[in-house]
Structure formats: C-alpha cells, structure tokens
Ligand binder design. Structure first.
Ligand SMILES: NC(=O)c1ccc[n+]([C@@H]2O[C@H](COP(=O)([O-])OP(=O)(O)OC[C@H]3O[C@@H](n4cnc5c(N)ncnc54)[C@H](OP(=O)(O)O)[C@@H]3O)[C@@H](O)[C@H]2O)c1
Length: 347
C-alpha cells in the first residue's frame, strides 16, 4: 500500500538541517548517476504553466516526479503569481517499482509561511546546499535582495548553514523592506537592517542572496569584492519570450557578476541551455564563458568538482531550478518519518 500525505499533516516533521541533508544526498546521487535525472520540463501557454521535475536517487531507492501548475502576471520589471495550484509529489520505490507515496502540497518547512504562501518551500533548501559548498565558512554578513516568500525562506536557510550575524535587506518598496525585517527578527538571531539602495545591500558583505521576482538585473558585478559568494534564484524560459510575456530573458545578475566570478556553479547546466535562461545563456551567447566552465551542484556535492578553495575567491551559485532528485530525496525522508509516526492515509 502507498501512503497519501497532505502537507498540513507534515508540520514539524523535518528540521531545516534534515531537509538540507536530504537534498544534498539527492544531488550526490545525481552527481553519481546523472542519467537518472531530467532537467525540469515546462509547458507554457500565454500566462499558464505546468512544471514537472523528474528524477531518481539510486542510493535512496526512490524515483518519480514533482508537478505544479500556475498562472502569472508579467510587467517589464517583474513577475508574480496570479494563481497557484497545490503541488504534488508522486514517488515510487525504485527497486520494487511500487508506488511509495503521494504528497499533496509543498513541504511545510518554515514556521512563518501562511497557508496561501506555501508553494516552492523546497527552493531555499537547494540554495542552501550549494551555498554551503561555496560561501566562506566564516560568512557572518549577508546582503539580501527581495522581501517576499523566497527571501524569507532564504534568510532562514542561510542562517542555518552559516553563522550570519548581520543582514542588509533591499527590495524596491521601503514598506516591504521594513515589514520584512520586523517579521523576520522573530525568526532569526541575526540583526536585520533595511537599506535604501541595492548597492548598499551588496557593499562589504560575505554572502549575497538574490531572491527576487525581478526580470532585470538587481546585482552588478562591479559591486562585488574579493571573497564574496552570490546565490541567485531567478530562472527564465525561452517560451516566455516566444509568448511575448517578457521582451528579454529574465535576469537577476548582470554579465559582470558571472565574468568576475572565479567559480560559477549552476543547479543544472542543461536546464540553462534547454530554457535559454538569461543569467547564464546570455553571457554564454556573448562568448564570455563556455559551458564547460560552469559546474553543477551534483558534481560539487559528489566531490567531482571542488567548491571554494580560498577565501579571496568570488563564487556564484546560480540556483537555476530545483530538480527531481532533490524532491525525491525529501520525499523519502518525509515518508520514513510519516511511517514511524503513523501519519497519512493508505491508498
Ligand atoms: N530557482 C528556483 O528553483 C526557483 C523556484 C521557485 C521560485 N523561483 C523564483 O523565485 C522568485 C521569487 O519568488 P517569490 O515567491 O519570493 O515572489 P514574491 O513573494 O512575489 O517576492 C518577490 C520579491 O522580489 C522583490 N523584487 C522585485 N523586483 C525587485 C528588484 N528589482 N530589486 C529588489 N527586489 C525586487 C519584491 O519586492 P519589492 O516589490 O519591494 O521590490 C518581492 O519582495 C521568482 O522570480 C521565481 O521565479 C525560483
């Protein structure tokens, strides 16, 4: 019998540290068996989008898919959700081929998420895994771009992997910046400070996280100093351009960020190529680097490529899409815990 799990039943089932270690194991599997994983696939028609993240983790004995559907609003500057369906994990046991579990809803990993905001909770976990291998071990100061759902979660996840003491927070609207800091002071020990300009947020910090809905660069390479690490989460799809939703591929970084970096890691390079994602595809098309120079999260976690090797390096993690392997690894851990606690419905 398989287990049907509803996200509401899973509150508190995984700590952030456990979620991070599960996703890390998922990407280790991907690094070791890359063929058991597909880049996220998307169908886009006008403002409607279906996304499917498929993959399997041989070491964890799971394989399957994670699916979601949304509608969007686009302006030249940014995108936002107009409607969001519940997400669904469909997970098989890879050895027996039995259906193991169906999980309805994103995992409730963050105590401050309101039910209506509870989508894509897993993204900050993938970001934390890559950042763990790339940011300086002693990173204490952070510049955070964005004050929405992903920014809240990224703040919490970054504080879980690094001893963050001070955070400068920037987004375009000063009320959003203030409200973000007021809310999040209750959830992290770091000192949070809203700042007036994007450059202020980037100045002198050890770690920069861009977690915005922007369609245009928010971070510029000329602002970076030695030793800083940048994590950025905006992706893009060539279909958005074809449908006329945006007039240029979405960006969160300018070319100079990539050019100045000593090491750039993407969640998956093939994702950037398949979707022609602006932050990597545009500078690649301009001949600023080759795809071989961009490393992948699976390679990093499985030890096939080295992360940061000295304190002066500038590193970038382009978290260009969550992948099936991460979702499957989370599902395996959630399933085991749910079985132990007698949670869920047999189907
Ligand atoms: N890589 C992945 O796996 C992955 C997965 C899911 C989502 N995402 C991406 O996550 C992003 C954020 O999603 P969300 O749910 O957090 O959206 P959200 O709740 O709508 O928040 C978006 C935030 O971006 C800020 N923003 C927009 N333009 C900005 C700019 N130019 N400079 C600074 N801040 C700016 C907005 O604040 P102001 O209005 O105050 O500027 C807002 O705080 C989206 O772009 C989405 O594509 C990535």
């Amino acid at each position: 019998m398989a287990l049907l799990l509803r996200a509401e039943e899973l509150k508190g089932i995984l700590s952030l540290d456990e979620a991070i270690s599960a996703v890390e194991q998922g990407f280790r599997d991907q690094g070791e068996a890359p063929t058991f994983s597909l880049p996220r696939q998307r169908l886009i028609a006008d403002d409607r989008r279906i996304s499917v993240h498929s993959g399997g983790c041989l070491s964890l004995g799971v394989a399957g898919t994670f699916i979601h559907y949304e509608r969007f609003r686009f302006t030249p500057e940014d995108q936002s959700y107009a409607g969001v369906g519940r997400r669904v994990y469909v997970v098989y046991e890879s050895e027996t081929a039995k259906l193991l579990t169906v999980i309805v809803g994103s995992l409730p990993l963050f105590e401050f998420d309101r039910p209506e905001d509870s989508v894509a909770t897993e993204t900050a976990i993938t970001s934390a895994v890559g950042t763990k291998y790339l940011a300086r071990e002693d990173a204490k100061t952070m510049g955070l771009f964005g004050t929405g759902r992903q920014a809240r979660r990224h703040l919490k996840a970054m504080c879980a992997i690094r001893p963050i003491e001070q955070v400068k927070v920037f987004s375009r609207n000063p009320d959003n910046r203030r409200a973000f800091c007021d809310l999040m002071r209750q959830h992290v020990n770091a000192e949070l400070r809203p700042v007036e300009t994007a450059q202020d947020a980037a100045r002198g910090v050890d770690l920069i996280v861009c977690a915005t809905g922007s369609n245009v660069p928010v971070l510029f390479g000329e602002w970076l100093h030695k030793g800083v690490h940048v994590t950025s989460i905006v992706g893009s799809n060539k279909e958005l351009l074809a449908e006329g939703s945006v007039s240029r591929p979405r960006r969160e970084l300018d070319d100079e960020v990539l050019v100045r970096a000593d090491l750039v890691v993407a969640t998956l390079v093939q994702q950037a190529i398949q979707d022609e994602q602006g932050d990597l595809f545009e500078p690649w098309r301009r001949g600023l680097f080759s795809w071989e120079e961009i490393k992948e999260l699976g390679q990093l976690v499985s030890g096939k490529v080295k992360g940061r090797t000295h304190d002066e390096q500038i590193t970038v993690f382009k978290q260009n899409s969550d992948q099936g392997v991460g979702f499957m690894a989370l599902a395996r851990m959630v399933y085991e815990k749910a079985r132990q606690r007698g949670i869920g419905t047999e189907i």
